[in-house]
Every structure is written in C-alpha cells, then in structure tokens.
Ligand binder design. Structure first.
Ligand SMILES: [Cu+2]
Length: 372
C-alpha cells in the first residue's frame, strides 16, 4: 500500500492518540496545580522571607533524573549513619534518622485527626528535607509520590520497583494475614533489594498490624532499642480504590472548607490511609512508627502537596483557617488555634518552633518551596 496508510498503521495511530489523551485527561491533579500557580507566584512576589531565587522546587520521584534519585538516596543513607541527639531520653534512638521516628511517636496522639495534622507534618517533612541538606550535604529537595500516577501498580513504579534508583521495593513473599485494612499482598517480609535493604528500624513497634510479626520492643512505650528489617506488603488494592487521580482531584475540588478537606483526607477510605497502607508492613502500617520506613517522606510530601493544591484553588481564603481539636482523644481535646505552637524539639530547623499560622503558607515562616 505504497503512499497510503495501512489499516494496521491507522489502528496504531488511533490507539496512540487515545492513549495520549487518556494520559492528559488523567492528570487532573496536575491541572489543578498548574491552575493555582499564578496565585502562589503572586504571594511569592509579596513575601519578605521567600524570594524567587531562594525558592526550592519539589518534584515527583518519576520526574527527577537517576542522578537526582541517587543523591536523595545517598542523603537518606547518610542520615541513618549520623548519631542521635535523643539517645539519652529514648535509648532505641541510635541514629539521627531515628530522631524523626521518635518525635513522631511521641506526638502521635496530638498530630493526627487534629487541627495541626497538616501544618505539623508540613514542618516535620521540611525539617527532614533540611536535615538531609545541612547534615548530609544534599543539594536537592524532598521528592513526592503521586499516588494516582501509579495507582494500578505501585509495586512496579520507579519508587517501589526495587531498583538502585528506588526507595527499595516489595517485601519478601511470606505467608501472612490481612491487616484488616486490605487483603494480604504479595510481600509481607523484609525488603531484600534496592538501597534500603540493610536499613533497620530501631524503635517500636507500638501498634503493629496483623500483616507483620515484628519482635516486641523491650519497653512498653516502644522507645527501647529493637533493630529489625523493614517489612513491606505493597499492593494496588488501596491505591486503585482510594488514591486514583480522580479521587485526589475530587478531594481537592469537593472540599469546600479546611474541616472537610482534612477530614476526608484522613478518613478510612482517604488518601492518607491509602498511602500508608499501600506500603504497609513494619513500620509502614504502625500508626506511631511509620516514619521508620524511608518511603514515608515521599508519601507525606504528597499529602503536603495535596494540601497546597487545595489551598491555591482559593488562596486568600484557605491559609489562615483552622478546624479540629488538639488531641485524638476527645476527652482531653480543646479547639486547635492558629496561635498554637509546633515544636519539633531536636528537629526544629535552625532551632526554631513556629505557630501554626506561620506554617500554613509555603512562602512564610521557615518555608520557601513549591510543588511542580
Ligand atoms: Cu504522622
């Protein structure tokens, strides 16, 4: 069929066109991010502390180069070799990485399901990123995990494929139970491949789920020394149900105020739980100890990004707003206030604690970064 186009060629062309348009349509979240950027830039122009030349850009793991991935991985491994500043208080904290786990454990009941959930974790993730930079010579930024992008198969995503440019992958296949949140996946055992195969989690467990059987901590509060491998049980069960691009986009567009946004995000079928329990295992499914899995930070950067994208849809009205209480335990909870303090103790960036109202904008307080 010289000069013409064969039926097979035409078919391939049609398939590639529809595949391409499906890809475009699939990034509704990226579209919302793009739409909000002008509002962010306008605020950036007015900031006295954050200027364009200082602005740091956080990107999706799949969008950064192999060298950038390796630099991030090297910095994480580096911080697991630095000494803890908390060993005297929490004997299980041996490394500087453990300090982040310990501070999260200590605060768990007053930073989840509370009014400070988003701001506390924003500062926590930022403090980690800054520690990688100042204590381990990292020049990059905190990458994020766009759950929707790999919703059908997180195990084969560049984040979890087990390659040397991944955050390590699936746990070894072992017989195990459902953790009550999702059916048992194809892992459950120790991660055996990739950069973090020899990393240990030293603190906890505190609230181990049924899909793992970690050894008990020598202390009932979980702060004793209990080194063990990192276990995972990755599957697409929750990402394909709760963390698709359509679900993330609807969380952003359907939540009209901060209360509905943070409540929907943290609900049992929400993206927060979805990301944590996609990783699962030990400490991934442990409510207290979850930062002990190095993929935690990519997940929480995406939590933070989702908050940012929600904010920029109506930027002036979505920053100085607060809802919720100060404790997960209703009886000791009072209303959270924008004046309340976020204090990360030995993790504070430049030793500073901040009020929540100083942590709601990425161009204010200690922050100067944006998501792309
Ligand atoms: Cu948390």
């Amino acid at each position: 069929m010289a000069g013409g186009i064969s039926l097979r060629g035409l078919y391939a062309l049609l398939v590639s066109i529809s595949f391409f348009s499906a890809l475009c349509a699939a990034d509704a979240v990226g579209d919302l991010q793009t739409k909000g950027r002008a509002a962010f830039d306008a605020q950036l122009a007015k900031s006295t502390t954050c200027t364009k030349d200082k602005l740091q850009v956080r990107k999706e793991w799949g969008d950064i180069s192999a060298d950038a991935k390796k630099a991030y991985i090297a910095a994480v491994l580096c911080i697991t070799q630095k000494p803890s500043k908390l060993t005297a208080t929490y004997p299980g904290a041996k490394t500087r990485y453990d300090d982040f786990v310990a501070i999260h454990m200590k605060n768990s009941l007053t930073i989840h399901g509370t009014g400070n959930f988003l701001s506390w974790h924003r500062y926590f993730t930022f403090a980690y990123e800054q520690a990688l930079r100042t204590e381990c010579g990292y020049n990059g930024t905190q990458p994020y995990w766009d759950w929707g992008r790999y919703a059908t198969s997180p195990e084969t995503s560049p984040i979890f494929d087990g390659s040397d440019t991944s955050m390590s992958g699936q746990g070894a296949k072992v017989t195990h139970q459902s953790n009550g949140i999702k059916p048992a996946g194809n892992g459950g055992g120790c991660i055996e491949k990739g950069p973090f195969k020899n990393m240990t989690v030293n603190l906890g467990p505190v609230q181990a789920m049924a899909d793992t059987t970690p050894p008990k901590n020598p202390r009932t509060d979980g702060f004793g020394y209990n080194p063990r491998c990192i276990k995972r049980d990755l599957s697409n069960y929750l990402t394909s149900r709760d963390c698709t691009t359509a679900k993330i986009a609807s969380l952003i567009t359907a939540s009209k105020d901060i209360n509905s946004f943070q409540t929907t995000m943290q609900s049992q079928n929400g993206v927060h739980s979805g990301g944590h329990f996609t990783i699962s295992g030990d400490p991934g499914s442990d409510f207290y100890v979850s930062p002990g899995d190095p993929a935690f930070w990519l997940h929480h950067a995406q939590i933070d990004r989702t908050w940012y994208i929600w904010q920029v849809q109506d930027f002036t009205k979505r920053q100085q707003v607060i809802a919720g209480g100060t404790s997960m335990m209703g009886f000791s909870s009072k209303a959270q206030s924008l004046e309340d303090i976020v204090d990360l103790e030995v993790l504070n960036v430049d030793g500073k604690k901040w009020k929540i109202k100083e942590l709601v904008s990425m161009t204010d307080g200690p922050f100067c970064y944006v998501y792309e």
